[in-house]
Design a binder for this molecule. Structure first.
Ligand SMILES: Cc1cc2nc3c(=O)[nH]c(=O)nc-3n(C[C@H](O)[C@H](O)[C@H](O)COP(=O)(O)OP(=O)(O)OC[C@H]3O[C@@H](n4cnc5c(N)ncnc54)[C@H](O)[C@@H]3O)c2cc1C
Length: 452
């Protein structure tokens, strides 16, 4: 019986599900899996993307942890592919590699003024409030009036965290520096902009409804945005999700507002045109054009231009993958080009031994659960492709820790993650406001605790 020595790069849900499915798959060979992760802790965007006030979703970590604890998978954290380990190394020690490196950057938005001071990408802000070790500890929260561009769930996360009172987040796992930053925020108004109408948003109903439950925050929607065209009416009638979203929004139209100290405004049919400067290079206003349906599923400008004063802007228009050393990359879509997870070169030929799964395979859309079906598809090829696997010169498992140690890489392992996990749980339990966890943020501290 042959043995598949598999390297997986990226310990987010896609990589962990791939490992789990392979272990459980019907196959005619043994497996030994090494999971490499650039951060000292596993779980990718479940730890560093999902909002801290979504403990139910964060709880998926428990299922992912069970996979890691199954005893078949070795975890090498704080190891960056392209820096600490290369493609040549992988070919020397493994039969194949799956890249599951996700997407962490913001997609760009080409409008004048987007580079002004006070204009930020949602991904950077998310990394800050979720305690990502590689972003600065402080975030400039000085604006009273803020714009968020985008009509997806990340836009909702960003606007909710901006609008919510910091004390209402104290029950969550937000790091102390994040609580202190949010507590000092003078924000009173958060304006969310979407080019299309209420029946075309990409929000999910649960996340939208949650906005209306925030303490001391009024939801402001505008009657003029609810003059629905035929396509919108049809969507509400035929699509359950759109139906619920429409219901939630309409409930807010009838709510009494005016008592809360903060407001979250939803502007539909509003296409941002430019960000205006205060003359000193700082964000001062957002200019947008009212749109209307074009009858073919899109929108056209009405020529009516409006402006709202703001002091900060967040673009939540999607995430974007990053290229990996020596691996083909589709610059336009921010993914590794592939056929059902088999990586393709510039001539559309399959690259032997190299696979992709998760957001880096199909782009940054979809929920955590989708990465499971994704992994299934990739693995179905990996398992059948035995003739294409690499033939490693040094397949021994001991070679990897020795290689990393010889390069001075301070890698963390599964025991180390357990130590850090327990440390964070203990910090949470002993906090002045006891909660499930308090995250350790600085990378060197994460590594120190893990390797203690
Ligand atoms: C702000 C936000 C909120 C979200 N909220 C939800 C939600 O509430 N519910 C839900 O179901 N889904 C949510 N999602 C979607 C969910 O996070 C993704 O579907 C999922 O995380 C994608 O998994 P992945 O493994 O492909 O990528 P990731 O989770 O990004 O994992 C990729 C991993 O690869 C590592 N990596 C990258 N480059 C390297 C390298 N060179 N070397 C080594 N390691 C590397 C990264 O550090 C990371 O740990 C949210 C996403 C975002 C952005």
């Amino acid at each position: 019986m042959t043995k598949l020595r598999l390297a997986i790069v990226g310990a987010g849900p896609a990589g962990i599900y791939a490992a789990d499915l392979l272990v459980k798959a019907e196959r005619h060979f043994d497996v030994s899996i090494d999971l490499f992760e650039q951060l000292p802790a596993p779980y990718g965007l479940v730890r560093y993307g999902v909002a801290p006030d979504h403990p139910r979703i964060k709880g998926i970590i428990n299922a992912l942890r069970e996979v890691l604890d199954s005893g078949v998978i070795r975890f090498f954290g704080n190891v960056r592919y392209g820096v600490d380990i290369t493609l040549d190394d992988l070919k020397k020690h493994y039969n194949a590699v799956i890249f599951s490196t996700g997407a962490i950057r913001d997609a760009s938005l080409e409008i004048p003024g987007i580079d002004l001071e006070g204009s930020y990408g949602a991904a950077d802000f998310v990394s800050w409030f979720d305690g990502h070790p590689d972003v600065p500890r402080t975030w400039p929260l000085e604006a009273q009036s803020v714009a968020v561009i985008g009509n997806g769930n990340v836009a909702l996360d960003v606007s909710r965290i901006l609008a919510k009172h910091a004390d209402d987040l104290l029950v969550t796992e937000i790091p102390t520096n994040v609580y202190e930053g949010l507590k000092a925020s003078p924000v009173t108004d958060v304006h969310v902009f979407g080019r299309r109408g209420p029946a075309q948003v990409k929000f999910t109903p649960l996340e939208l409804r949650e906005l209306g439950e925030m303490n001391d925050v009024d939801m402001i929607v505008h009657d003029e945005d609810f003059e629905l065209d035929e396509a919108s009416k049809a969507a509400i009638e035929t699509n359950k999700q759109v139906f619920v979203i429409n219901k939630v929004l309409n409930q807010w139209r009838t709510r009494e507002v005016g008592q809360a100290s903060r407001r979250l405004h939803l502007h539909f049919w509003a296409k941002p045109l430019s960000i205006e400067s205060d003359g000193a290079g700082r964000v001062a206003a957002i200019r947008y054009e009212r749109t209307r349906p074009d009858g073919a599923g899109g929108v056209v400008g009405t020529g009516e231009i409006r402006e709202i004063p703001i002091q900060a802007l967040y673009r939540a228009v999607g995430y974007f993958g990053s290229p990996l050393d020596e691996i083909p990359f589709d610059e336009q879509h921010g993914v590794i080009p592939n056929h059902e997870g088999q990586v393709l070169d510039a001539h559309n030929e399959i690259v032997p031994g190299v696979y992709a799964t998760g957001w880096i395979k199909r782009g940054p859309v979809g929920l955590i659960g989708h990465t499971k079906s994704d992994a299934m598809e990739t693995l179905s090829h990996l398992v059948r492709d035995q003739a294409n696997w690499w033939s490693p010169a040094e397949p021994a498992e001991e070679a990897i820790p020795a290689l990393l140690a010889s390069r001075g890489v301070e890698y963390t392992d599964l025991d180390g993650w357990h130590r850090l996990d327990e440390h964070e749980l203990a910090l949470g339990a002993s906090d002045a406001h006891p909660r499930l966890r308090v995250k350790v943020v600085p990378r060197d501290e994460m590594v120190r605790i893990s390797r203690a």
